[in-house]
Design a protein around this ligand. Sequence first.
Ligand SMILES: [Fe+2]
Length: 237
Amino acid sequence: MSTTPAYAHEDAGSPPSFFPDYRSTVIRSPRLPLVRVPQTLTETTGPTGAWDRLMGPAAVDLTIQHAAPPLGQRIVVSGRVLDEQGRPVPNTVVEIWQANAAGRYIHSKDNWDAPLDPNFTGAGRVITDAEGRYRYVTIRPGAYPWGNHKNAWRPAHIHLSLLGPAFATRLVTQLYFPDDPLIEIDPIANAVPMPYRNRLVCRFDIATTVPNWALGYLFDIVLKGRDQTPFEDAHDH
Ligand SMILES: [Fe+2]
């Protein structure tokens, strides 16, 4: 029995699966028309309230996971998670992963010539409150080179994954920083058409900035609908 999809990935702001400037999409994009698979009950519902049982407790400060603070500019990132109606999505998990201040991931396949930081793992998760708000502390990641084309560099970015109220609402995206000159020449960011690309850029906020401690940025995330935060690649960059 088919059901009407409650959550469809057809928003104008989503990047196309085939975007030749982003080289790996050439071989991994579908060659045949997509087949719509009806969503089942378990995809349109989720294990609300069970995040800590599934993933462990929240880890909202990526700068206190080791013996000493990591190198880099300490930042606070805060915002709200909203659904397609603009309603807050409470009690949902936001997973975070990122490179260190030098642009290096703690990953066996990341071997470019930048130092690892023994005081930075680059992974965390935060759960939204009753008003859909989240807040985490980290360091600003560095840019890093990648093999897409000659002299290709990724803008500084934080990877995010949200499950939302149901498994089918999962959103994987990236947060960029304002005034980063690499955004406009990055094929991954450019696969998201304007003006939707701007939704991937956080905003500096002096009210979120903590005196004598950390710069503050705001970043609201919309799971679905007209104002959806565009998907961004999570495979290997
Ligand atoms: Fe990355």
